[in-house]
Design a protein around this ligand. Structure first.
Ligand code: KG4
Ligand code: ZN
Length: 351
């Protein structure tokens, strides 16, 4: 059997990315190239992502990034089994650039098009690097736009167990970075500052902890952190580090409590050892990873977290989702539409 080689294209937020992923006949996965061009310099002066600037930057960079990925992998368009392009959810201007680029390449080279849901890219990313991640598994998806607990039953088959009732988790990290003046991108700078901070200095709330179910809430925690910051007289670097550490530990305790409930609920449906996958940009956070590692150790659950470079946005996960969908014969036509909103569980065809 021929190997499957797929070009992935990602542009749903502020990363212009392209990657080539190969699945060999004996099931081995290989990332042949993984090019990520972050638009940090473009957005930094504004302290966050500006959609119009992101869309223009994607237009400018996309062709070069695709060429770069093809050259790094040493493949030609004729070698591709399919083209997998982002189709949403995300900033619509960027999604349009990625999807149209994918359609252009698929049409020109007569290849199948796979219109990939970005969240499905995150949801399946663990299977790209950890081949033993069999379905079904419990997924914690923690990113800039989402915070969800999901039962992953198979490709395209996602059932949501819990979600945030207000802000996304990464958004909360980004807001803390913004109002403390740490800047952009938020999550990694908050984690960095927190390393030097005292996590017990500020007594911040742990929303939802102790409640039944597995929904999340971060808005009250974010506001409390802001109020603590505003109450400081001329805050210096140590104050900011302490606030970041206090915020990060509060977030981790919320995640731990909610995941504990989800694992308990999941256990009732499955007899084998539970597989628990953590994905999305916030999964790059080392404290989050270690708190969830301890929880899974305590509950005898198999924890699977992709390496940080595959947690934050990248095109290898889009290429891999393309390979998974191709294997399940879930191919799109050139009429596929870009979507700003596209919930993961809406992919589930229960008919
Ligand atoms: O998955 P992702 O790259 O993009 C979305 O799909 O949203 O996630 C981006 C989010 C941002 O909010 C960013 O601040 C957060 O992930 N993030 C982190 C870390 N690295 C990225 N949050 C906490 N700690 C980190 N080290
Ligand atoms: Zn993402």
């Amino acid at each position: 059997m021929e190997p499957t080689v797929v070009l992935g294209i990602e542009s749903s937020c502020d990363e212009t990315a392209a990657a080539i992923v190969k699945l060999t006949a004996d099931g081995k996965r290989q990332i042949l190239s993984n090019v990520i061009l972050s638009q940090l310099d473009e957005h930094r002066p504004y302290g966050g992502v500006v959609p119009e600037i992101a869309a223009r930057a994607h237009v400018e960079y996309m062709d070069g990034v695709v060429d770069h990925a093809m050259n790094d992998a040493a493949v030609n368009f004729s070698d591709l089994s399919a083209v997998a392009a982002i189709a949403g959810p995300g900033l619509i201007g960027g999604v349009i650039v990625g999807l149209m680029t994918g359609k252009g390449i698929a049409l020109t080279h007569n290849k199948p098009l796979i219109a990939v849901n970005h969240l499905e890219g995150h949801a399946l990313s663990a299977r790209l690097v950890h081949e033993d991640t069999m379905f079904p598994y419990l997924l914690l998806l923690i990113s800039g736009g989402h915070c969800q607990l999901v039962s992953v039953e198979g490709v395209g088959r996602y059932a949501r167990l819990g979600t945030t009732v207000d802000d996304a988790i990464g958004e909360a990290f980004d807001k803390i970075a913004k109002f403390t003046g740490l800047g952009y991108p938020g999550g990694s700078v908050v984690e960095e500052a927190a390393r030097r901070g005292n996590a017990s200095r500020f007594d911040l709330p742990r929303p939802m902890v102790g409640r039944a179910g597995c929904d999340f809430s971060f808005s009250g925690l974010k506001t409390a952190a802001r109020q603590s910051f505003e109450a400081l007289d001329n805050p210096g670097p140590q104050d900011i580090a302490d606030l970041c550490a206090s915020f990060q530990i509060a977030v981790c305790e919320v995640l731990e409590d909610r995941c504990r409930n989800a694992i308990a609920a999941y256990k009732t449906n499955n007899n084998s050892k539970i597989r628990f996958v953590v994905a999305g940009g916030v999964a790059a956070n080392s404290v989050v990873r270690s708190v969830l590692d301890s929880l899974c150790g305590e509950l005898n659950v198999h924890l699977i977290v992709p390496p940080p470079v595959l947690c934050t946005d990248n095109a290898a996960m889009i290429a891999w989702a393309g390979i998974e969908r191709l294997g399940a014969e879930l191919i799109d036509d050139l009429g596929a539409v870009p979507r700003a909103r596209w919930p993961l569980d809406s992919l589930y065809d229960r008919s």
